[in-house]
Design a protein around this ligand. Structure first.
Ligand code: C2E
Ligand code: MG
Ligand code: MG
Ligand code: MG
Length: 283
């Protein structure tokens, strides 16, 4: 901005800062009530094998705010985290997602995101066991997605938790792989079933050499470690073709299916080709 506008800019900046802070405060207050007012809901995005066969859905949280409208999780989950609400919300998400999955053919899996707060609270294994019990879902159909930030502290407790979940038959995948504090040591020490390549590496994969090299390396490493690989954020046919050609196992993205309502997911699921039910590790 020109120098003469300096004062005005500062005033505008302060005002928009104030607005942001006020908004955040008001969001914080209404988020506390959102769960009981049933303003939280889940959408489901299909996960497809490279053959085109549907593997399951990832449950994605949304907030239908009565005045603001639909709010993305990237905005309200950090608030929920810092307000200590994420354990309760996360428990609801897991139960609701499993309840929905029980309306799909039982060959289909459900993937649920876990936040660091849920994981560090220490009760996640109990919560999972309770949800399996209350919904009657086969544990083998549940996949929990965690991000690298959950594992920043590579503690014995974390390892214990993951192993307990593994023993229950739950699959664990590492979400947003490659974007943050990529330390490879936990790939050696934790029993992951799959890696999800972050969409950051997918967005220009058909034309950009660096993204290609990184994606190829992640796929090779995951397979060498006996893990499945999912690509997220697949938006074009060319990206899909490139990934399938490189041996990526599962694809997720707008090109294959947008996140959809529970009702639409149920219809989508019912049209799934019934696969032979083998015990195999699918994402
Ligand atoms: P995520 O787990 O990596 O989920 C994938 C995100 O990418 C979703 O954003 C999805 O809508 C979006 N996406 C899918 N396909 C495409 C595509 O082709 N192009 C682009 N540009 N984006 C695509 P969403 O739903 O906004 O969720 C954002 C993040 O919020 C999630 O990232 C996850 O980290 C978090 N989140 C969502 N639901 C939950 C939840 O129930 N619990 C927790 N703890 N976190 C959640
Ligand atoms: Mg995820
Ligand atoms: Mg992700
Ligand atoms: Mg993400």
């Amino acid at each position: 901005a020109a120098k003469g506008e300096g004062r005005g800019c500062v005033r505008t900046f302060n005002r928009s800062m104030m607005l942001l802070i006020e908004q955040r405060e008001s969001l914080r207050r209404s988020l506390r009530l959102a769960l009981e007012r049933r303003e939280l809901l889940l959408e489901y995005q299909p996960l497809l094998r490279s053959s085109g066969q549907i593997v399951g859905f990832e449950a994605l949280l949304r907030w239908d705010h009565p005045e603001i409208g639909r709010i993305t999780p990237n905005v309200f989950i950090p608030i929920a985290e810092s307000d200590g609400l994420m354990e309760e919300i996360g428990r609801w998400v897991l139960e609701e997602a499993c309840r929905q999955a029980m309306t799909w053919p039982d060959s289909l899996n459900v993937a649920v995101n876990l936040s660091p707060a849920q994981f560090l609270g220490g009760s996640i294994t109990d919560v999972v066991a309770q949800v399996i019990d209350s919904t009657g879902i086969n544990a083998g159909r549940i996949e929990l997605e965690i991000t690298e930030s959950v594992l920043l502290e590579e503690t014995v407790d974390n390892l214990d938790t993951l192993n307990t979940l593994n023993v229950l038959g739950i699959r664990i995948s590492l979400d947003d792989f490659g974007t943050r504090y990529s330390s490879l040591s936990y790939l050696k020490n934790f029993p992951f079933d799959s890696l999800k390549i972050d969409k950051y590496f997918i967005q220009d994969i058909e034309k950009e050499h660096k993204s290609q090299t990184i994606a190829r390396a992640i796929i090779a490493m995951a397979h060498g470690l006996d893990m499945m690989v999912t690509a997220e954020g697949v938006e074009t046919a060319m990206q899909a073709r490139w990934l399938i050609n490189e041996g990526c196992d599962i694809l997720q993205g707008y090109h294959l299916g947008r996140p959809m309502s529970a009702e639409k997911a149920r219809i989508f699921a019912s049209k799934a080709r019934a696969p032979r039910r083998r015990r195999e590790r699918i994402n």
